[in-house]
Design a protein around this ligand. Sequence first.
Ligand code: AMP
Length: 196
Amino acid sequence: MRLILLGPPGAGKGTQAQRLVEKHGIPQLSTGDMLRAAVQAGTEVGKRAKAVMDAGELVSDAIVNAIVAERIDQPDCARGFILDGYPRTLVQADAVEAMLAERGIALDSVIELVVDDRALVGRIVKRAEDAKASGQPVRKDDNPEVFEERLREYYKKTAPLTGYYYAKGRLKTVDGMASIDAVTAEIGKVLAAAAK
Ligand code: AMP
């Protein structure tokens, strides 16, 4: 199964992706996680991405496309993968099409988690508090100021992807304001319908 999860920061893509990993045994490819790992490891990519990420802006298409192209060729992606936080621009969406076509594989579903913006800042603040309480590092971009910029980037560059996939007849929407379990159940229904 090859799936794209769309939605603004704080929509719950990561949480749902983790549940899908457990259920389907395929990896979650989060470009945010991959970039944070690169920053942590101090790689060339990490050095270039750090300031951009800290400011809540998007890392260049060339960097993320290259990271994903390399990642989907790993053996654990052979049975499928969940793209979480990628693609985030129309250029990236075209890159996904090309990557899949080159490999002779197809996308099964694109699912957008539809959420109310007003709830998002609260979710991000809570995510930072939870991370702190459990002794995990708090993301530098999980604060209300940077979040505003992340949301602006989302509307400018990522939101057009819903139209892109809708026009291709691929977009499915799920109410991301429902409980985590209810969202998981809805996603399950969408995937079951797509598999028929
Ligand atoms: P995330 O963990 O998905 O919220 O991503 C954290 C940050 O990493 C974003 O605010 C961007 O700076 C960067 N990032 C993650 N994925 C992408 C992407 N597909 N394109 C560009 N930048 C990205």
